[in-house]
Ligand binder design. Sequence first.
Ligand SMILES: *[C@@H]1O[C@H](CO)[C@@H](O)[C@H](O)[C@H]1NC(C)=O
Ligand SMILES: *[C@@H]1O[C@H](CO)[C@@H](O)[C@H](O)[C@H]1NC(C)=O
Ligand SMILES: *[C@@H]1O[C@H](CO)[C@@H](O)[C@H](O)[C@H]1NC(C)=O
Ligand SMILES: *[C@@H]1O[C@H](CO)[C@@H](O)[C@H](O)[C@H]1NC(C)=O
Length: 206
Amino acid sequence: MATSSRMPIILLLGLALILAISRTTQANDPDILTDFLTPNSSSVDASFFTFSGLSAYYNPNPKNFTVLKATMNEFPALNGQSVSYAVLQFPAAAVNPPHTHPRSAELLLVMLGTLEVGFVDTKNVLYNQTLQTGDMFVFPKGLVHFQYNRNHNQSAIAISAFGSANGGLLSVPKSVFTTGIDDNVLAMSFKTDVPTVQKIELGLKK
Ligand SMILES: *[C@@H]1O[C@H](CO)[C@@H](O)[C@H](O)[C@H]1NC(C)=O
Ligand SMILES: *[C@@H]1O[C@H](CO)[C@@H](O)[C@H](O)[C@H]1NC(C)=O
Ligand SMILES: *[C@@H]1O[C@H](CO)[C@@H](O)[C@H](O)[C@H]1NC(C)=O
Ligand SMILES: *[C@@H]1O[C@H](CO)[C@@H](O)[C@H](O)[C@H]1NC(C)=O
């Protein structure tokens, strides 16, 4: 008798726990209840599902590191479809600084040149690799990662696929050093002094 009356409570607690866990790990696109989402109620045709914004991506001599995006912001038909692309162009010796995509893993394919890539897991273990043209690498969702074209003579181009229509970007240097966090907080956090923090901040403003 006692056990059976306690059962619902245990079930409820279990359910609450499962809900709490799924809530804290929920950083993915919502499921939609229609085939696709349109910006208004007027009908769309195939051109709505077509995006040509990456057609001029092949620049073998980019001047600086550039990212061409095809997320739901550039390509509204992606809204609700949980997919997007980016083309990354690296001049010789260029770096894409450590950053995260809070809502998506990233599947990178090297189309030209070579790239050194790496990510750090929540145990602070670095997983790095040197990729050749044609190699693919997956950066797990939400983890800090970077790409570097160590080759000082040749540019590199990579295409990245994302499992979100808007994976989001959080640049580690920018989010930490260009957002107005108190210099003393940063100096203490990085175990250095305020002038060093200010030197880093100044460099990132250029
Ligand atoms: C509805 O959305 C389509 C697709 O973005 C756009 O071409 C069209 O101009 C919009 N129509 C109105 C009335 O806002
Ligand atoms: C990067 O290079 C492009 C031309 O290749 C230029 O338009 C752009 O201003 C440059 N950006 C920076 C931050 O230097
Ligand atoms: C990984 O990083 C270490 C430390 O920077 C470096 O010595 C090593 O060559 C890298 N490995 C690859 C495969 O890029
Ligand atoms: C890259 O260019 C430098 C200077 O032009 C040259 O000394 C070096 O041998 C080149 N490296 C490769 C791998 O081609």
